[in-house]
Design a protein around this ligand. Structure first.
Ligand code: SAH
Ligand code: DHB
Ligand code: MG
Length: 223
């Protein structure tokens, strides 16, 4: 199997469900035009996030790692009109592009982009003593994944989903000798996820237009 086949099948699946609408397509186009890296999730992955958010009846969603707002649009579209998505982004330029893309998608009223290092934004969020989240999507810097999981466990309701992108890293996560900081970050995250009695979780390998990687999906257990 080759990247070419993964791309072809991704195109097939995307076409099957209808290509991205104007708001999603221009979110990617304008992100590319502004020089943002092409590391947004794929359309079928966006659809998966949307389906999962609807499944848990998500009213409060947290995203860590906004980029141009592509995944945020998929997630926010699963919210009821009075629902809320908070998305955290380090790079002010990414956040600005995302804000524009989210507004064009008609979602500015329910999405809040917070600029800054996610660890700082999370600390501030904890101070606000807001309601717990129904879904948390982790997709920012990989070395911080364990810290993001730790925070998520304290701020997700029972039955909430914690989802993390890029936890397989082209299979490198299974090579114990690979000590790249990103690989070590996700390996530590995966181990913590598996060992956590408050969660029931799995990891799926994925191949798609973005290559070979994987996604972790966990549900917070009831006490
Ligand atoms: N979820 C997006 C892709 C996110 S890419 C989508 O699928 O559309 C990862 C993003 O995380 C980048 O925009 C990067 O700037 C941001 N990021 C990296 N380190 C961060 C940090 N410490 N805090 C907050 N955001 C960070
Ligand atoms: C990278 C980050 C991502 O979130 C992703 O989906 C793919 C690649 C990266 O930093 O290389
Ligand atoms: Mg990612």
């Amino acid at each position: 199997m080759t990247q070419e086949q993964w791309q072809a099948v991704d195109d097939y699946i995307s076409a099957l469900f209808g290509p991205d609408d104007a708001a999603l397509a221009s979110a990617l186009q304008d992100s590319a035009a502004a020089g943002l890296p092409a590391i947004a999730i794929t359309p079928p992955f966006g659809r998966l996030l949307h389906v999962l958010a609807r499944t848990v009846g998500a009213r409060r969603i947290l995203e860590i790692g906004t980029l141009g707002g592509y995944s945020a649009i998929w997630l926010a579209r699963a919210l009821p009109p009075d629902g809320r998505l908070i998305t955290l982004e380090f790079d002010p330029m990414h956040a600005e592009i995302a804000q524009t893309n989210i507004a064009r998608a008609g979602l500015a009223d329910r999405v809040e982009v917070r600029v800054g290092r996610a660890v700082d934004s999370l600390a501030a969020l904890a101070e606000e003593e807001a309601e717990p989240f129904d879904l948390i999507f982790i997709d920012a810097d990989k070395p911080s994944y364990p810290a993001y999981l730790h925070w998520s466990l304290r701020h997700a309701r029972p039955g909430a989903l914690i989802i993390a992108d890029n936890v397989v890293r082209q299979g490198r996560v299974a090579d114990a000798a690979d000590d790249d900081a990103n690989v070590r970050g996700v390996r530590q995250f995966n181990a913590a996820l598996a060992a956590e009695p408050r969660l029931t979780a799995t990891i799926l390998q994925t191949v798609n237009s973005k290559g070979y990687d994987g996604v972790a999906i966990a549900v917070v257990n009831s006490k």
